[in-house]
Design a protein around this ligand. Structure first.
Ligand code: S3P
Length: 441
């Protein structure tokens, strides 16, 4: 089966209501926490993507049963000491940094050596950001060059830690919080602000947690060794997946889209703040609270006079997975857009900062990159006629989706490789794109 797509024409003049696929971060957290709860959890509307399925396979290996029901998954948790770790095991995290990093936190009390590995892309990513704090708890961790595979053997003599998470990485913060569950006493984390789904779930499950909010960071305290009960959760839509449709609509002509039931937690909505500062008029409607998360329908319309942005790096963490698509908007906006301190972008499924610069240069956008800062010289008249071949050497799902949106809004003839990588986070991406009117083959 061919693993590339061709897109040869733009789309315009659509008016659609869509449901977006479920949130990946929350789906993975629900599975991991349900595997640690006592009794049955029921998780509705879970994302059935490769990353999330790897989370199911991982808990199964650790002795936790689950069943797929008609509209939910049942997970049979055995408590915070319930993983079966008597024999040596290996766990494959596939492409998922979230799964790999978070599950390591839950393994600091495992009885035998567990080897964690992943695909080519994940094996290139840094794991010292989680292995360093987890070693402080007393876990034994072996890894070459700070990369996967990582071998972890837990300790019976765990001690709580105080840790400063300086990167603004929710994966790192969450790994430490999950490890804290396994450890007597209070673990204290000072964490540069990042998505807070783990904190909200802990609070909901009545896991003893305190969060003190400061300007640039949060102080989090978790009191360990407290079991908690199975739970029910309905996973909302993923704003990161939604972002591709926001931009598709914004850059198309005479179009409008209502995207239903999206998680609009403030720690995730950087994309909306950034696009609205660029003169978009994206509205949140029917906003409500669900278990501490905010959920809303998002209304977006085409916009002609978008303008450049001087984007404060304070917004980086709440838009961390959206920069590829934001750069595309900057390329079509009037004036210069500046972005700062983007080093974390190069530590994702592929070096996204390098790749964004390559793709935008390929399509004729003027860019100046100085270290981790980017200046994009936008052109509202940007229209493409040439042929563009996107070789996605690390099979990055977000590179595929960003390239598709570029093709559908700017024109030209595109051949985009590794189309199947969208299954990582957004398996029905092409189905929705086609339903909006795109002709792809
Ligand atoms: C995630 C956190 C972010 C994000 C990733 C999902 C999470 O990574 O890029 O896609 O679920 O915690 P970092 O923690 O590395 O910033």
């Amino acid at each position: 089966m061919k693993n590339f797509i061709n897109i040869n024409s733009k789309i315009n003049e659509f008016n659609k209501v869509i449901n977006i696929s479920s949130d990946k971060s929350i789906s993975i957290r629900c599975i991991l926490l349900a595997s640690q709860a006592i009794g049955v959890s029921k998780i509705y509307n879970i994302l059935e993507s490769d990353d999330v399925m790897n989370a199911f396979k991982a808990i199964k290996k650790l002795g936790i049963d689950y069943k797929r029901k008609k509209n939910h998954y049942k997970i049979y948790g055995l408590g915070i000491n319930g993983y079966h770790t008597n024999k040596k095991l290996s766990i494959n995290a596939g492409n998922s940094g979230t799964l790999a990093r978070l599950i390591l936190g839950l393994l600091i009390n495992c009885k035998n050596g567990i080897t964690l590995f992943g695909d080519k892309s994940l094996s290139k990513r840094d794991f010292s950001r989680v292995t360093n704090p987890l070693r402080l708890f007393g876990a034994n961790i072996e890894s070459d060059n700070k990369k996967l595979p990582v071998k972890i053997s837990g300790s019976e003599f765990l001690r709580p830690i105080s840790y400063f998470e300086k990167l603004g990485s929710a994966q790192c913060k969450s790994a430490v919080m999950l490890a804290a569950l396994k450890c007597p006493g209070i673990t204290r984390i000072k964490a540069v602000k990042s998505r807070n789904h783990t904190e909200l779930l802990f609070r909901n499950l009545k896991i003893p947690i305190k969060v003190f909010k400061k300007k640039r960071f949060d102080l989090i305290e978790v009191n360990g060794l407290k079991n908690f009960k199975g739970f029910e959760y309905v996973v909302p839509g993923d704003i990161s997946s939604c972002s591709f449709f926001l931009v598709l609509t914004l850059l198309s002509e005479k179009s409008k889209m209502l995207i239903k039931n999206v998680n609009v937690n403030d720690t995730r909505t950087g994309i909306i703040k950034i696009l609205n500062k660029m003169n978009a008029n994206i509205k949140l409607i029917n906003k409500k609270k669900y278990k501490g998360e905010s959920v809303a329908d998002i209304l977006v319309k085409s916009k002609k006079n978008l303008k450049g942005i001087n984007c404060s790096s304070k917004l980086n963490s709440s838009a961390i997975d959206e920069f590829l698509i934001i750069f595309l908007v900057a390329s079509k906006a009037k004036g210069i857009s500046s972005f700062y301190n983007l080093s974390e972008l190069n530590k994702k499924e592929s070096p996204r900062l390098d790749i964004a610069v390559k793709i935008l240069k390929k399509i004729g956008v003027k860019i100046i990159r100085k270290k981790d800062n980017l200046k994009i010289f936008g052109d509202p008249e940007l229209k493409l006629k040439g042929k563009y071949i996107i070789k996605n050497f690390r099979k990055d799902h977000r590179v595929v989706m960003m390239s598709c949106i570029a093709a559908l809004t700017l024109g030209g003839k595109w051949k985009i490789s590794d189309k199947n990588s969208v299954n990582t986070s957004f398996p029905n991406f092409f189905k929705i794109i086609k339903s909006v009117g795109a002709r792809i083959h």
